[in-house]
Design a protein around this ligand. Structure first.
Ligand SMILES: Nc1nc2c(c(=O)[nH]1)N[C@H]1C(S)=C(S)[C@@H](COP(=O)(O)O)O[C@H]1N2
Ligand SMILES: [Mo]
Length: 428
C-alpha cells in the first residue's frame, strides 16, 4: 500500500535524491509494461495510426472497481524509514505534488497509526455511548447509517506535520515537508445528534473518545466542540472509509489536530473533566525554549505550501509561461487569500483561489507568471477569514524556540534553479 523508500534524508544528500530520481521527474517504475514511459514511439505519433487506435479495448465488465492508469503507478504514499521505530507505529505521506484541486483521492491520503491498521468486520462493529447521559446507547453501523447525515469537506493535519523542519530545511519534497495532511468530503452524522439521543447530563463538560485498534488512541474532547461541528463519519469522497483511515467509523474534529480524529471509533464516554491520558500530556504538547510546555493546542493555524514547482515537481521548460500551484488551509475557518512571492518574501502578489473554498478545508491556489529563466525563491503565505497571517519560520522560532516538533506552520521556501530543479531552503 505504502511505497517505501530511503530517499528523503537530511540535506545535503539532495544529490543522492536526485540520483535516485526522486527529486527529478523520472521516478523508477515497476513492471515491464511501463518500460516505454517517457520514451516517445514515433509510430504512435501523427500522421500514423497509434497502437491503441487499432484494436478494441477492455469491455465494460472488466474493471469493476477502477484505478489510475498504469502509467501513473509511480504515484503513491511514501514513508521515511528512519523517522519511526516500527512500520506499525508510523506515518505515510500524501504525494501533494502529484494531485490537484482541493480534494485528496482516498488511496493517497496520508496514514498515521500507532498500532497498525485495524481490519474491522462491519457486522461486528459497535459504538458505545455512555457516562453522564440519561440513556447509554449502543449503535451498530446500520443504526448510524439510518441517522440524518451531512456532507462536509475538511482537512485533517497531523500536529507533527513539518515537524522535521523546525531547526532548518531538512527534507526535499513537499510530500515529506507537508504531506501529513489530507482533505476529503466526509459523510457522517453530527456527533450532536448522537449526544441528543442519549441525553447529556447538565454537568457534562468533556468526552473521552476511544478507538478499536490495539492503541485505543483515547483522546479527551471538550463537549463544546463535540456539539459544534464534530462528525461521526463513515464515508470519504463517497466511498466507505478505507481501512487505513478508520473503517468503518472515525471521528472528524474540524480544524483540530489529527490525533484527536480517533479512527475505528468504538466508545464515547461523557464526563465532567478531561481525562488527559499520559499520551496526550507527554507527546502532543509543544516544548518551549524555557522547558515549559504549550499544551492543549488543538486548533491548526493557517498554513500553505507550493506543490508545483517543488523538489519533486521541477520545471521542465527553460523560461516563459509557468503555472505555480499550491494548497492552503486553516483550522479557524475559510482561507481568505493566499499571497505568493518569487523573491523570498520581499514582494508579494495575490494568488488566484480556484475551486470551492470551504470552511476548514484545503483551498487550491494558482499563480501564473512569465519566468525569465533566472533563480527564484518561491514562497506562499495563507491568510484566513479571521485575518490571521501565516508567519515566517523565523517569526515562529522567536516565539516557540526549536525544541518543539509540533505545530510548525511557518512559510516554506523553495529555491528554483535555472535548470528547473527545486530545492528546500530557508531565507531570513
Ligand atoms: N484509533 C486510532 N486513531 C487515530 C490514530 C491511531 O493510531 N489510532 N492516529 C491519530 C493520528 S496521530 C493521526 S495524525 C490521524 C491520522 O489520520 P489518517 O490515518 O486518516 O491520516 O489519526 C489519528 N487517529
Ligand atoms: Mo498525528
Amino acid at each position: 500500500m505504502t511505497q517505501h523508500d530511503d530517499g528523503p534524508r537530511p540535506l545535503p544528500s539532495r544529490r543522492a535524491l536526485l540520483r535516485a530520481g526522486l527529486a527529478g521527474g523520472a521516478v523508477a517504475l515497476g513492471g515491464p509494461a511501463l518500460a516505454q514511459l517517457g520514451k516517445t514511439n514515433p509510430a504512435n505519433l501523427p500522421p500514423n495510426v497509434a497502437d491503441w487506435s487499432k484494436m478494441l479495448g477492455d469491455g465494460v465488465a472488466v474493471r469493476t472497481y477502477g484505478k489510475p492508469a498504469k502509467f501513473e503507478s509511480h504515484i503513491g504514499r511514501r514513508d521515511v524509514s528512519w523517522l519511526t521505530a516500527s512500520p506499525q507505529s508510523s506515518v505515510s505521506f500524501t504525494p501533494l505534488h502529484e494531485i490537484d484541486g482541493p480534494i485528496t483521492p482516498n488511496g493517497l491520503c496520508f496514514e498515521r497509526h500507532h498500532a497498525g491498521i485495524a481490519e474491522l468486520n462491519p457486522t461486528d462493529y459497535r459504538l458505545m455511548l455512555h457516562g453522564l447521559v440519561d440513556k447509554p446507547l449502543m449503535f451498530t453501523l446500520d443504526d448510524i447509517k439510518r441517522m440524518p447525515r451531512v456532507n462536509r469537506a475538511y482537512f485533517c493535519e497531523c500536529a507533527a506535520n513539518s515537524g522535521m523542519e523546525w531547526r532548518g530545511a531538512q527534507l526535499n519534497g513537499c510530500q515529506y515537508t507537508h504531506g501529513m495532511v489530507h482533505c476529503v468530503m466526509y459523510t457522517g452524522v453530527p456527533l450532536k445528534v448522537l449526544l441528543q439521543e442519549a441525553g447529556v447530563k447538565p454537568n457534562a463538560r468533556w468526552l473521552l473518545l476511544e478507538g478499536g485498534d490495539a492503541s485505543a488512541m483515547t483522546r479527551s474532547l471538550p463537549l463544546q466542540k463535540a456539539l459544534d461541528d464534530a462528525l461521526v463519519a463513515y464515508r470519504m469522497n463517497g466511498e466507505m472509509l478505507y481501512p487505513e483511515n478508520g473503517y468503518p467509523v472515525r471521528m472528524v474534529i474540524p480544524g483540530w489536530e489529527a490525533n484527536m480524529w480517533v479512527k475505528w471509533l468504538r466508545r464515547i464516554e461523557v464526563g465532567d473533566q478531561p481525562w488527559h491520558t499520559r499520551e496526550e500530556t507527554s507527546k502532543y504538547t509543544d516544548l518551549l525554549e524555557n522547558g515549559r510546555a504549550r499544551r492543549f493546542t488543538y486548533v491548526m493555524d493557517a498554513k500553505s505550501v507550493i506543490t508545483s514547482p517543488s523538489p519533486q515537481a521541477p520545471v521542465n521548460h527553460k523560461s516563459g509561461f509557468t503555472v505555480l500551484s499550491g494548497v492552503a488551509w486553516s483550522g479557524r475557518g475559510k482561507i481568505a487569500r493566499v499571497d505568493v512571492s518569487l523573491d523570498g518574501g520581499r514582494n508579494w502578489r495575490t494568488a488566484r483561489l480556484d475551486g470551492p473554498v470551504w470552511d476548514k478545508a484545503i483551498a487550491r491556489f494558482y499563480y501564473e507568471f512569465d519566468w525569465n529563466g533566472g533563480e527564484l525563491l518561491l514562497q506562499s503565505r495563507a491568510v484566513d477569514e479571521t485575518g490571521y497571517v501565516q508567519p515566517t519560520k523565523d517569526e515562529l522560532r522567536k516565539v516557540r524556540g526549536v525544541n518543539s516538533i509540533y505545530h510548525n506552520n511557518g512559510i516554506q521556501t523553495w529555491l528554483l534553479h535555472r535548470n528547473g530543479e527545486v530545492e528546500n531552503v530557508e531565507v531570513s
